[in-house]
Design a protein around this ligand. Structure first.
Ligand SMILES: O=C[C@H](O)COP(=O)(O)O
Length: 281
């Protein structure tokens, strides 16, 4: 009797060790990070007053569980905020940009204070479409500082071009973009980073989960070297042709904590399907 109990204990110990070993080896999938999934819609210069109403209504009915943020064009922030309250929709608002100064003679710009008044909690900074229009790393860094000091959560966008990837410069470009954007910033507890390879944006050509994971790992490592263990709590989103079909594959990667979705976020059903994909992954 005693003998069979110790065999049983030995077997269950062995099973436990094997399970631990298998899980330990699955560094790229299935591991629980403890980070809540965050799915962000970047509507860019799209939608209308009419379409945002039906969008919020449909998204509310989809009853998604993840943290969801919608970043509309500036004029839609206030009506969207009202719709979110009206339908009791569990999403937060983000802006697509901000200025680094508090106020002044900056025609066409929007301040952090104005975004907070419009009920924004997040703000995209350094999107490649803005970098393309002349936004420099220095401007991006000032915007990140302004967002953090004002109480907005910056979603810092980084990503390499196709040419940079082809000549093997991806790691160098990403590390540089991250470090320059965070130069002189001590408190990064509210930071979110989105990895968006430029060649995957709006092209239908998404990075594979493995390609994205390897850059996300590099970003986390870069933050770790500079800031230590807080790197483990920074949400890292992937963006670039995210669709319902590739969401769960991306989400299964250890360092992919959510998505920044462009085109596929314009339709409430496809956006909800992406959110569900991330919840499954
Ligand atoms: O901000 C979103 C990204 O630019 C991705 O856009 P996309 O999903 O249309 O490729």
């Amino acid at each position: 009797m005693e003998y069979s109990r110790s065999i049983q204990m030995y077997i269950s110990q062995l099973v436990e060790e094997t399970v631990r070993e298998v899980l330990g080896n699955q560094s790229n999938s299935g591991e629980t990070s403890g980070r809540q999934k965050l799915i962000v819609a970047n509507w860019k210069m799209n939608m209308s007053l009419q379409t945002i109403t039906s969008f919020v209504e449909k998204l509310t009915l989809a009853h998604v569980r993840s943290d969801v943020v919608i970043c509309p064009s500036f004029p839609y922030l206030f009506p969207l905020s009202e719709l979110i309250q009206k339908f009791n929709c569990d999403v937060e608002l983000g802006a697509q940009d901000l200025h680094w100064n508090e106020s002044g003679a900056y025609t066409g710009e929007v301040s952090a204070k104005m975004l907070l008044e419009a009920d924004c909690h997040y703000v995209l900074i350094g999107h490649s479409e803005r970098r393309d229009s002349g936004e420099t790393d220095e401007m991006i860094s000032k915007k990140v500082k302004q967002a953090i000091s004002s109480g907005l959560k910056p979603i810092l966008c980084v990503g390499e071009s196709q040419g940079q990837r082809q000549i093997g410069k991806t790691a160098e470009v990403i590390r540089k973009q991250v470090l320059l954007a965070l130069e002189g910033i001590e408190d990064i507890s509210s930071l979110v980073i989105a990895y968006e390879p430029v060649w995957a944006i709006g092209t239908g050509l998404s990075a594979t989960p493995e390609q994205a994971q390897s850059v996300h790992q590099l970003i986390r490592k870069t933050i770790d070297v500079q800031y230590g263990s807080i790197s483990e709590s920074i949400p890292l989103l992937y963006g670039g042709s995210v669709k319902p079909e590739n969401a769960s594959g991306l989400s299964a990667m250890t360092d992919i904590d959510g998505a920044l979705v462009g085109g596929a976020s314009l339709d409430a059903e496809s956006f909800a399907a992406i959110i569900r994909g991330f919840e499954r992954g």
